[in-house]
Design a protein around this ligand. Structure first.
Ligand code: NDP
Ligand code: OXD
Length: 313
């Protein structure tokens, strides 16, 4: 690929290390410009934004941007109104991120499958009660979202022996996984699955999808939310936990992060909170795909993992 422009990356994240990313990307390019919003002296030199969120002062002063590359797999934290028109946006796909998400899903699913959520609650009450164990093949798990992360999670759970169902916009031909789509497919999946793992992107269509109408289909389901807090209607979950439609919830993400003091999820006997730690990307493994996208953007080619403005993911 012929690239004549010198890559110059504007980096902005409150979580990711600029030094680690600069070093990882420097291995991919002989000559690389790299700055943060605080030390960008010539905005016109910047042609790539590698960001978790839009910098406080916006992106509009960077008039020569060729691509916006998200530091997250999700892009809902990037308000489209703050992005310059016509600049393509790509989400992050990284093997370390996928591997960490898969490990989290396995840990959370096995915790529910072997009733550790029940025994933790009983332990706090000094209550000794035998609950017969089941085998994975007797437990049905549903995965909402069968994209990069959801399909990896569904496949690993299938390989562990679970009966796996998945839900996505389009049906997916994944061996040994029953694929559903549409609102009827979602209701059927909720009826059939003992454990529900959410790994959808947050879009106007998926906002509030984990709500009363979905929980009404559930019978003692264990919910694991690894997508975004905006997928969950929190008051509806509290009702579903009280009625028993949902037996327990493992929440890695919440509408407001950190979860505010005094929130009813803190100390709820049926809720396990983890502080948005399910997945973690690594510059060492992600730099290659990011570098490929930088080269593609500077050569005027379409990006890998490009976000569709119409779909929102
Ligand atoms: P992808 O874009 O690869 O996959 C998204 C999946 O969701 C696709 O299968 C898509 O269907 C499906 N989908 C989207 N909208 C709908 C809809 N309206 N109805 C049904 N299915 C829908 O995303 P990733 O797998 O890379 O990431 C998923 C999300 O995981 C991220 O957006 C982020 O929110 C979350 N995440 C959370 C992390 C954490 O630490 N908790 C870390 C990383 C990501 P189709 O295949 O038909 O297009
Ligand atoms: C992501 C995340 O979207 O960390 O990558 O949540």
């Amino acid at each position: 690929m012929t690239v004549t422009l010198r890559p110059h990356v504007l980096f902005n994240s409150e979580w990711d290390s600029p030094l680690a990313w600069k070093s990882a990307l420097a291995l991919q390019f002989d000559d690389l410009g790299f700055s943060t919003p605080d030390d960008t002296h010539s905005p016109d030199a910047v042609n790539i934004a590698l960001i978790w969120k839009v910098p406080r002062e916006g992106l509009h002063r960077f008039r020569n941007l060729k691509a916006i590359l998200s530091l997250g797999a999700g892009v809902n934290q990037l308000d489209p109104a703050q992005l310059p028109d016509g600049v393509p946006l790509a989400r992050l796909v990284d093997q370390t991120l996928t591997d960490t998400m898969v490990e989290y899903a396995k840990a959370a699913v096995f915790r529910c499958h072997r009733n550790f959520d029940v025994f933790e609650r009983h332990g706090r009450l000094e209550h000794w009660q035998y609950v017969a164990p089941r085998l994975a093949r007797d437990t049905t798990v549903g995965v909402l979202g069968l994209g990069e992360l959801g399909s990896a999670i569904a496949t690993v759970l299938r390989d562990e022996g679970f009966e796996v169902h998945g839900w996505s916009r389009s049906l997916k031909p994944l061996a040994g996984i029953t694929s559903h789509s549409g609102s009827n497919g979602l209701a059927e999946l909720a009826r059939r699955c003992a454990i529900l793992v959410n790994v959808l992107p947050l879009t106007p269509e998926t906002e509030g999808i984990l709500s009363r109408s979905l929980f009404a289909q559930c019978q003692g389901t264990r919910l694991i939310n690894m997508g975004r807090g905006g997928h969950l209607v929190e008051a509806d979950l509290l009702d579903a936990l009280a009625s028993g439609h949902v037996a327990s919830a493992t929440l890695d993400v919440t509408a407001v992060e950190p979860l505010p003091p005094g929130h009813p999820f803190w100390n709820h006997p049926r809720v396990l909170l983890t502080p948005h730690v399910a997945g973690l990307s690594s510059p060492a493994t992600a730099a290659q795909v990011v570098a490929t996208n930088i080269r593609r953007a500077l050569a005027g080619q379409p990006l890998l993992h490009q976000v569709s403005a119409a779909r929102g993911y």
